[in-house]
Design a protein around this ligand. Structure first.
Ligand code: SF4
Length: 219
C-alpha cells in the first residue's frame, strides 16, 4: 500500500469508531495486565468469561499473590495454558509488590521483566493504559500488515516496526484497535470479506473476494 493511502484506508475501516478500546473487560491497570497475560493464545471472549470470578476474589496484586497459583488456577481452567498462566500471575503479583509498590509500571523494560509478559503484552498495556503509540502485533495485525500491504514482513517484529514507521503518528494508537477489529470481524483469516470492506479501494490484496451467491441469484 502506498504511504499516502494508509490514512484514508484507516479512516475508512475505523468509520463510526474513532476512539476504540480493547474488548478485554478490566477496571484497573492491574486487571488489564492480568487479562492480557491470560489472552495469550486465547480469545478475548474466553478471557472475559473467566475473569469476573477471578477478579471478584483478587483484583489487586496483594490479593492475587495471596490467592496463589492454585487459587488462581481454579478460575482460569477454561483458558489455554492455564497452569503456566496461574503460576505467572502469582509470581507477577509478588514482583509488582516488591519492585513497583503494587503499581503497573509505565515502562517497557520493567513490564517485560515480569513473568508471562512479553513484548506484545507490554505493547497492549503501554497503549491502553499509558497512551503510548505502540503496536501490539497479534495474529490479526500480522495478517493485515501483510495482506493489505501496509507493512509486509516475515516476522512479527518486522510488521510491528513497519506499522510504526508507516502509519501517521496521530493515528498509531487507535490504529492498533482498528486493525484488530477489522481482522476479527471482516478481513478474516480464511476468507476476507472484501465485497463489503470500506477500505478495499486502498488495499493491495488481489483478487478481492467476491460476495457469496445467495439463493435465487444466477451465478
Ligand atoms: S479489501 Fe479484503 S483483503 Fe483488503 S482489507 Fe478489505 S477485507 Fe481485507
Amino acid at each position: 500500500m502506498k504511504r499516502a493511502d494508509i490514512a484514508p484506508f484507516l479512516r475508512a475501516i475505523s468509520a463510526g469508531n474513532p476512539t476504540p478500546r480493547t474488548e478485554l473487560v478490566y477496571s484497573t491497570p492491574f486487571t488489564l495486565l492480568v487479562a492480557v497475560v491470560l489472552s495469550a493464545q486465547a480469545t478475548d471472549a474466553a478471557v472475559n468469561k473467566a475473569t469476573p470470578s477471578l477478579f471478584a476474589e483478587a483484583s489487586d496484586p496483594d490479593s492475587m499473590a495471596k490467592l496463589g497459583a492454585d487459587g488462581i488456577a481454579r478460575h482460569i481452567r477454561s483458558i489455554g495454558l492455564w497452569q503456566a498462566k496461574a503460576k505467572n500471575l502469582a509470581a507477577l503479583s509478588h514482583l509488582l509488590i516488591q519492585r513497583h509498590g503494587g503499581d503497573v509500571p509505565p515502562d517497557r523494560d520493567a513490564l517485560e521483566a515480569l513473568p508471562g509478559v512479553g513484548r506484545k503484552t507490554a505493547n497492549v498495556v503501554l497503549n491502553e493504559i499509558f497512551g503510548h503509540p505502540t503496536m501490539a502485533v497479534d495474529t490479526h495485525i500480522f495478517r493485515l500488515g501483510n495482506r493489505t500491504g501496509i507493512a509486509p514482513g516475515k516476522t512479527v517484529r518486522q510488521v510491528e516496526d513497519g506499522l510504526i514507521a508507516r502509519i501517521p503518528k496521530d493515528m498509531l494508537r487507535p490504529a492498533h484497535h482498528w486493525l484488530i477489529l477489522h481482522g476479527r470481524y471482516l478481513c478474516k483469516a480464511r476468507k476476507p470479506e472484501c465485497w463489503r470492506c470500506p477500505g478495499a479501494e486502498w488495499c493491495v490484496f488481489t483478487p478481492k473476494t467476491q460476495p457469496p451467491i445467495t439463493q435465487g441469484q444466477v451465478p
